[in-house]
Design a protein around this ligand. Sequence first.
Ligand SMILES: CC(C)[C@H](C(=O)O)[C@@H](O)C(=O)O
Ligand code: SF4
Length: 417
Amino acid sequence: MGLIERIVSKAIGKNVSAGEIVVVNIDAVYAQDGTAPLVIDVVEKELELRKKIAAERAYFFIDHSSPAPHVAAATVHKEMRRFAKEYGVKLFDVGYGISHQVVVEDGLVRPGMIVVGADSHTPTIGAIGVYATGVGSTDAAIAMMFGVLWLKIPETVKVTLTGSLPKGVMSKDIALNIIGNVKTDGMLGKAVEFRGDTLKELSIDSRMTLTNMCTEMSAESAIIPVDNVTRNWLAERGYNVYREVDWEKEDGYVDEIVIDVSKLEPLVAAPPDVDNVKSVAEVDGVEVDQVFIGSCTNGRLEDIEIAARILHGRRVKEGVRCIVSPASRKVYLEALRRGYIDVLANAGCIIAPPTCGPCVGAHMGLLAAGEVAVATTNRNFPGRMGHRDSKVYLSSPAVAAATAIEGRIADPRKYLL
Ligand SMILES: CC(C)[C@H](C(=O)O)[C@@H](O)C(=O)O
Ligand code: SF4
């Protein structure tokens, strides 16, 4: 049994295995302003009107078009606030943060839980040992109304990480390396379980980048076992493990990939696909109009810290827009307290509020036709950040910061000596 099978078996009190369809109690369910309108419709129009949401822990996030860039978004937000109040859903309003970041840092999801979110990057929260998967709005509505949902238990692929990351190479580069190899459909219908010595060196921030990117390999879920890094992180925040399983046992995989991360170099995913992975050396010199540092992939404290270290005492290249959006208000406040925001603003960065905005081409930094961006996000499809004829290269925050300085895709290692 892989970790996910162990979590579900423990939750329902009998052994399950991959391929089985089970009905489980959902420990937390959330939706955001892209998917909540349909959740609201399903609850109010399709299902019998109930005034109370059954799931104990149902959350709404206004994070995508946030703050509202147009009247249509403002109307969606207003509707979400009305529904949340009427039905007892906890709402995280404009500026609070991106769903996947907030549920983890606020302790709304805890190791061993079974969680669904009406957003494809819900597996991000598997970084702390949660079995999490993205669902459609209808499923999210069912989970909110009844507190249960059917899930098909995925088969698990083990990804073993060995060795230490070289300076200037980040967990984003590990994720890009994997996706370059397995391609965008490489984990279709599967769950990814990360293992190996490298994990000891990866913070929860770094781990969340890894699990986040598994969605781009078409994984149903991604999970990292609870270890000392997780336990220390939980203890510092007064959180605990919700459901203990044997986190250490390595068993039940359909396949294994082994990566020696000490051999990795800074990478990018070149347009038009996330699996079009190249080394920075191969695209060195590609000129950019915009850099975006943020999102549920790389908008955490560690990401802002490395950007600040690289940009400290330097300037964003004239003519380049460098937008930085912390993934949550907590990240923003801590980055302020530590002086990172000061460094970045002084270097010429534009500090945006916590929002998905630029990542999903909603607002706060769209690209015009022909423009090129480097972004720390997870998708680079045509039109993702603006005009269909704009281009997005995905990278780590270190590559993004070095690129902001030079105005062309640049290797961060020379700034980290
Ligand atoms: C808008 C939403 C449905 C979407 C998702 O689920 O992934 C978004 O968050 C994204 O990253 O493209
Ligand atoms: S930051 Fe981007 S990838 Fe993450 S939830 Fe928002 S739109 Fe989706």
